[in-house]
Design a protein around this ligand. Structure first.
Ligand SMILES: [Cu+2]
Length: 144
């Protein structure tokens, strides 16, 4: 019985080791997912496109040090572009205010079903963002 127990333990250890070796990460972007949606998209009718998280909100709370990424569920190309001096100069009217010195990002999901890379946000604050293709699409990530 002891021998069988030892063999089982060895098999478990080898199995876990092999899993760890083969599991090299991957699996796409990490963190909280936000959806980009559209059913067509025009400035005259902003509700037909935008950003929403799992709660249906365009303002998403995350904890400092975690990641966030966007998945395009619409038909059109979209970006998630932070409202700051780097990105918002051309489209400042879309941003309620500048993010100041908070981290800048400019991520794109060009096709239906594609996802952006994830961005890890550490500094606490409200990160307003918009879509460069449709500047009237806007949302916020609140890092707490
Ligand atoms: Cu867009």
């Amino acid at each position: 019985m002891i021998l069988i127990g030892i063999v089982i333990i060895v098999l478990i250890v080898v199995g876990v080791g092999a899993f760890e070796l083969l599991n090299t990460g991957g699996g796409g972007p990490k963190g909280t997912q936000i959806t980009m949606f559209d059913n067509g998209c025009s400035p005259a009718n902003p509700p037909v496109c935008g950003f929403k998280d799992a709660n249906g909100s365009n303002s998403t709370n995350i904890t400092s040090g975690n990641g966030v990424y966007w998945t395009n569920n619409g038909k059109l190309p979209h970006t998630a572009t932070s409202c700051d001096s780097t990105n918002a100069a051309t489209y400042s009217y879309t941003c309620p205010q500048s993010n100041g010195s908070l981290q800048s990002f400019d991520l794109s999901a060009p096709t239906q079903g594609s996802s952006t890379n994830s961005v890890t946000l550490t500094a606490k604050g409200t990160y307003y963002y918009f879509c460069r293709v449709h500047p009237f699409m806007h949302g916020a990530v609140v890092v707490q």
